[in-house]
Design a protein around this ligand. Structure first.
Ligand SMILES: [Zn+2]
Length: 491
């Protein structure tokens, strides 16, 4: 039953309560408890061994790199890292879980009590609590499609068994689908900066489940929650939550009762549907993993990991706004990935005008890339090319119109800026008398603007500069032109 669009006054009576569970695969070379390769896309059932297959007698050995990554992720989201955490067995049967249990953490996870900040609709910042981050292993994959006998058989690929994961559980602090979207965006950005995961959602490196309930506004007590499982993009999480909130309000408004259950999002149909009832909570019979000792992290180890933590996106944005006089939107674009921000800053440092480097990167190059639907790494213009353009502009060796023409050529021919500049070497008109002659013409043709200028409206000078620049086909030396326009108008 798809939810009808409810009138706003009905929707306004209820407050949604949302909490998110995010599973993140760690970018280790090997799996969590064995030496098998942790790699996406290998031929099925090639990265497996007795440990990750759970064969009798095989013993797990914890991957130190996975612990380092989990610790870095915990610190980056402001969690308190436990000195002593315990691995636990989470028992359940599923065909792609050959051991019959998953090694996870239960009441003593590696980290708890964290938070991240998200921007809200009103332009303010909201702190979203993080209940816990725990380590666990992934299960294999059941393949239901793509084989000639898929109608009657399911295939198993166990390569993913034992892949190291962290699960990050938020507090039920989110109140709108937009806040959920922001939370996920910020969390992913932070994790990417730490380098612990590639967060590739298409490959399942980052997966999200959402818990959502609604309650009458003003009511303290939470409503019955529904879990929306495995939504594979942030956009779909937002859509699934929008749908689910309306569905729940509609059920309550029509006198019904919300059933605690897991639901799946269907992107094709734009709705969630019931998966299995959770009326009786699962009994996973957690108990401490007898094959692994407690995980002890020394204060020295934690101090070392704190030191390794990179400057995180929010702090970096604030610093770049200060250092390069950027506006928040530009700072945001430049810090979208750590790699891009690094490349920008390395280039900006070699230029006399970092602010101009940012401008050209975002508007001239970024604008052309956008128009062509290209990514930054597909740009024909290198950072060094952008720095050269910025410096030429800064030294008045080219006009901004000439720069635009050179960038047009770069994108037409797929060539970098320095090569195009060397070949084209745009002519500059530096002959004062020639420029003065053009200024005289423009002044004669625009008596009204001359009057405005002489009446005190000095900004009109820009109009004359623009007109003469056009008349010179962009070739007039900008500094000389500015100087002469002022001289003539004052004269
Ligand atoms: Zn293995």
């Amino acid at each position: 039953m798809p939810a009808a669009t409810l009138p706003p006054e009905i929707l306004a009576k209820y407050e949604p309560v949302i909490g998110l569970e995010v599973h993140v695969q760690l970018l280790t070379a090997t799996k969590a408890f064995c030496g098998c390769a942790n790699r996406f896309g290998s031929a099925p059932n090639t990265n497996i061994c007795p440990v990750c297959l759970g064969l009798p007698g095989a013993l797990p050995v914890l991957n130190a790199k996975a612990v380092e990554f989990a610790t870095l992720a915990s610190l980056a989201i402001n969690c308190q890292v436990r000195e002593r955490s315990i691995f636990a067995r989470k028992n359940y049967f599923y065909p792609d879980l050959p051991k019959g249990y998953q090694i996870s953490q239960f009441d003593k996870p590696i980290a708890e009590h964290g938070w991240i900040e998200i921007p809200t609709a009103g332009g303010a910042t909201k702190r979203v609590g993080i209940t816990r981050l725990h380590m666990e292993e992934d299960a294999g994959k059941s393949l239901h499609d793509g084989f000639s006998d898929s109608a009657t058989r399911t295939y198993l690929d166990l390569n993913r068994c034992g892949t190291p994961l962290v699960e990050i559980v938020s507090e039920p602090d989110l109140r709108t689908p937009d806040e959920a979207f922001e939370y996920l965006t910020r969390l992913k950005e932070i994790l990417l900066y730490t380098g612990v995961s590639d967060c590739n959602m298409e490959e399942g490196s980052l997966r999200c489940d959402a818990n959502v309930s609604v309650r009458p506004r003003g009511q303290e007590e939470f409503g019955t929650k529904v879990e929306v499982k495995n939504v594979n993009s942030f956009r779909f999480v937002r859509l699934a939550l929008e749908y689910e909130i309306e569905r729940q309000i509609e059920v309550i408004e029509s006198g019904g009762r919300i059933v605690q259950e897991s639901r799946l999002w269907s992107a094709d149909e734009g709705r969630t549907f019931s998966m299995r009832s959770k009326e009786q909570a699962h009994d996973y019979r957690y108990f401490p993993e007898p094959d692994l000792p407690p995980l002890i992290l020394t204060s020295g180890f934690l101090a070392q990991k704190s030191k390794e933590l990179p400057e995180l996106p929010e702090a970096r944005r604030a610093r770049m706004i200060r250092e390069y006089e950027l506006n928040p939107k530009d700072a945001h674009t430049l810090t979208a990935s750590r790699e891009f921000a690094d490349r920008f800053e390395a280039a900006a440092k070699t230029s006399d005008s970092p602010r101009r480097v940012a401008n050209i990167l975002l508007s001239e190059v970024g604008g052309r890339l956008n128009a062509l639907g290209l990514e930054q790494d597909e740009s024909p213009v290198s950072m060094a090319g952008i720095v050269l353009a910025a410096d030429l502009l800064d030294e008045d060796k080219i006009s901004s119109k000439q720069m635009k023409q050179l960038f047009d050529i770069c994108f037409e021919k797929g060539e970098d800026f320095p090569a195009v500049y060397e070949r084209e070497k745009p002519q500059q008109l530096t002959d004062s008398s020639a420029i003065e002659a053009m200024i005289d013409e423009v002044i004669a043709a625009n008596p009204k603007q001359v009057e405005q200028y002489r009446a005190g409206k000095k900004t009109v000078a820009g109009f004359f500069v623009g007109q003469v620049m056009r008349a010179s086909k962009g070739q007039a030396n900008p500094a000389l032109l500015n100087e002469l326009v002022t001289k003539k108008l004052e004269g």
